[in-house]
Ligand binder design. Structure first.
Ligand code: IPM
Ligand code: MG
Length: 363
């Protein structure tokens, strides 16, 4: 089969990890006889430097014409001035919105061989295998008004947590469908004791659950969920939540896996059924201090390629081959700096990519 993939390396370690992910994608192509046509685009700080905007019309157009988007990371100290007119992150938000990517899936799976490389007790993180479904194009990130002004000699600012019924329903459906394909348990996370938008969210979740009688729905307050995530994370499975709740809780959840360098993500434009358009990226940022040093862990981006094969190309076998190749290389003891332990083999970004690609080619 043939697919078109937009590739946006972005800033910092983005280009380095993307190079390895592309290598793995081509290895899959070679092995299974698929053709992946790559279409380069720029985003973030590097796009600001060359075109003055964090996401050009041209890049957005390229993405829209492709079957999926592979993204590295955006941002860096060079573009951090809070008073600057454009920020690299604006490009990412514009891309999510522009491509209608409302459903962000962030799986957190603890690899057994990395159980000692986290700050948590092994018995707590053993068997952790959960997915956060984060609403990505609404809520506190996008609600209007969103502005700064001055009144009574005081600086003031407002952000708005707005959701329509349609936005809530479609993300909850992603949660229900995903729960159906896993443990048939769904936790809807909200702050319904305080927020009006959460009360609507909870009501819609309860109403929708009649359409999914095979899925057990629970509601959890977001603060309790933050606690539960480090108290008994292995009990959690699929959780669905508002944009900013998801942003915060997924950074917390990532620590269960030891390093952000291990965690992939998919941002989808629909309920994952059949071939769904999506953007795939590691959940880590541009890590400017590690950039250009062949240090960054490319596994999060490589596992994002596996998600792309699964959700956008409906190539489940190929997705599993990539995931197994990652497991195999970790089992052999290869580690990038972020997951390094005594007695293991310290590996650079490129070498890790080579090892994983070679395992796919030689299987
Ligand atoms: C994430 C990141 C982004 C977000 C930033 C880079 C805009 O933190 O994907 O979690 O806040 O959504
Ligand atoms: Mg975040």
């Amino acid at each position: 089969m043939e697919f078109n993939v937009a590739v946006l390396p972005g800033d910092g370690v983005g280009p380095e990890v993307i190079a390895q992910a592309v290598k793995v994608l081509q290895a899959v192509g070679g092995k299974f006889g698929h053709k992946f046509h790559l279409h380069a685009g720029s985003i973030g700080g590097s796009a600001i430097d060359t075109s003055g905007t964090a996401l050009s019309e041209e890049t957005l157009k390229v993405c829209k014409q492709c079957d999926a988007v592979l993204l590295g990371a955006v941002g860096g100290p060079k573009w951090d001035n809070p008073l600057a007119k454009v920020h690299p992150e604006d490009g990412l938000l514009a891309l999510r919105k522009g491509l209608g990517l409302f459903a962000n899936l962030r799986p957190v799976k603890v690899f057994p061989m990395l159980i000692n490389s986290t700050t948590l007790k092994p018995e707590v993180i053993q068997n952790v295998d959960l997915v956060v479904v984060r609403e990505l194009t609404g809520g506190l990130y996008f609600g209007q008004p969103k502005k700064r002004w001055q009144d009574d000699g005081e600086r003031r600012a407002v952000d708005t947590l707005f959701y329509s019924e349609g936005e809530i329903e479609r993300i909850l459906r992603v949660g229900f469908e995903l729960a159906r394909s896993r443990s048939r348990r769904l936790i809807s996370v909200d702050k319904a004791n305080i927020l009006e938008s959460s009360r609507l969210w909870r009501q819609i979740a309860t109403e929708l659950s009649t359409e999914y009688p095979d899925v057990e729905l629970d509601h959890m307050l977001v603060d309790a969920c933050a606690m539960r995530l480090i108290q008994r994370p292995a009990d959690l499975d699929v959780m669905v939540m508002e944009n900013m709740f998801g942003d915060i809780l997924t950074d917390e959840a990532s620590m269960l896996a030891g390093s952000m360098g291990m965690l992939p993500s998919a941002s989808l434009a629909g309920i994952p059924k059949g071939k769904t358009f999506g953007m795939y990226e590691p959940i880590h940022g541009s890590a400017p201090r590690r950039a250009g040093k062949n240090m960054a862990n490319p596994i999060a981006t490589i596992l994002s390629v596996a998600m792309m094969l699964r959700y956008s190309f409906e190539l489940e076998d190929e997705a599993q081959v990539v995931e197994n190749a990652v497991l195999g290389v970790l089992e052999e003891g290869y580690r990038t700096y972020d997951i390094m332990e005594e007695g293991k083999l310290r590996t650079g970004t490129k070498e890790m990519g080579d090892l994983i690609a070679r395992r796919i080619e030689c299987r």
